[in-house]
Design a protein around this ligand. Structure first.
Ligand SMILES: NC(=O)c1ccc[n+]([C@@H]2O[C@H](COP(=O)([O-])OP(=O)(O)OC[C@H]3O[C@@H](n4cnc5c(N)ncnc54)[C@H](O)[C@@H]3O)[C@@H](O)[C@H]2O)c1
Length: 313
């Protein structure tokens, strides 16, 4: 299974974000020392745990590189990104600046610090595009349908390059659609968080298109478990981290309406450019290589998420 040991000093870029804060909490629980590198432009409302150090810096700039090098991590979990698919269409150069150049800069800092182990957040939904096989295995041809997905693919090529040429042992984790407590419900990405916020504010949720498009909704706790296992392993390449199940957006919103006890119907909006029609990730390889599998059911995860947002709205 390629299991090494849990690294004792870990840099988490984007550690103040949604998946970041959960990951930092889990890493501190393993006994690791954690340095978060994040410029806080999209920090979660959930605070960073007190045990983590913080370097406020843009990953694409020199101070972030210097902070990583000086701290000499044993491993890096690279989560910092421009994560909005729609925004990547509006500002593709800015998306590439953060996601491609920022990542290359983080990888360069890892190599300069003598840190070989790097685990990077990639995206199954954004990479496979109109996949022929569902659930989609890792060897499906990649056909991104957005600048964001193209940047994630480019990142994976850099990880492959630096791993092949012997400088890094890098692993890309291709997440499904991650949801859970701490996600921003005020932006334009993250249908569970946005719908939950609207419901708790007494407003109807919004469905883009006819709601038949499917996604692989994966609870953040399961994603974090994959991050922790990935950091402790020597596995390289790319692994899908998803449930393997397709859920239509219309069905998801309906489940939220029921859990929230909301009487009305969802509102409708046009489908944005490049929207993927169907997505579900085959997670067999992650089971084989990391011993990972998802544990939280959709209804349980949605209930936990909605509950966590009460008091935030
Ligand atoms: N949430 C999902 O459904 C999902 C799905 C697939 C992949 N991912 C990937 O997982 C990672 C984490 O996603 P998230 O949902 O926690 O996003 P998030 O926006 O909540 O967190 C990202 C964090 O990175 C920081 N950041 C952004 N740009 C930065 C920069 N230039 N320099 C320093 N810090 C910067 C933000 O301040 C934020 O704290 C991202 O790489 C994202 O692409 C997320």
């Amino acid at each position: 299974m390629g299991v090494a040991t849990q690294p004792k000093r870990v840099v988490v870029t984007g550690g103040a974000g949604f998946i970041g804060v959960h990951s930092v909490e889990a890493l501190l629980e393993t006994g690791a020392e954690v340095l978060v590198v994040d410029d806080l432009r999209h920090a979660s409302y959930r605070p960073l745990p007190a045990g983590a150090e913080l370097a406020v810096a843009d990953i694409a700039e020199e101070p972030a590189r210097a902070a990583i090098e000086a701290w000499r991590p044993a491993a890096i979990l690279h989560l910092a990104a421009q994560g909005g698919v729609n925004r990547s269409w509006r500002e593709p150069a800015e998306d590439a600046h953060i996601n491609v150049l920022g990542t290359v800069s983080v990888l360069t800092a890892a190599m300069a610090a003598g840190c070989r182990r790097v685990v990077v957040a990639s995206s199954g939904g954004a990479l496979y595009g109109a996949a022929k096989r569902l659930p989609t295995p890792e060897d499906e041809p990649t056909q991104p349908r957005s600048p964001y997905g193209t940047a994630k693919l480019c990142i994976e090529h850099y990880l492959g390059l630096f791993t092949r040429t012997g400088s890094l042992d890098a692993l890309a984790l291709r997440y499904g659609n991650v949801y859970g407590p701490g996600q921003d419900g005020t932006g334009e990405a993250g249908v569970v968080a946005i719908s939950s916020h609207r419901l708790l504010a007494g407003k109807a949720p919004v469905i883009r298109g006819d709601g038949s498009q499917t996604r692989d909704f994966t609870y953040v706790g399961d994603i974090v478990a994959a991050n922790v296992l990935g950091l402790a392993s020597t596995v390289t390449g790319a692994l899908n981290i998803g449930t393997g199940r397709e859920t239509a957006i219309g069905d998801l919103v309906h489940r939220l309406l029921v859990i929230a006890g909301f009487g009305g119907e969802a509102e409708r909006e046009p489908l944005p450019t490049g929207e993927v029609a169907r997505s579900a990730l085959d997670n067999a390889l992650a089971g084989e290589r990391l011993g990972w599998r998802p544990h939280v059911s959709l209804d349980d995860g949605l209930a936990r998420t909605l509950e966590s947002f009460r008091g935030q709205v």
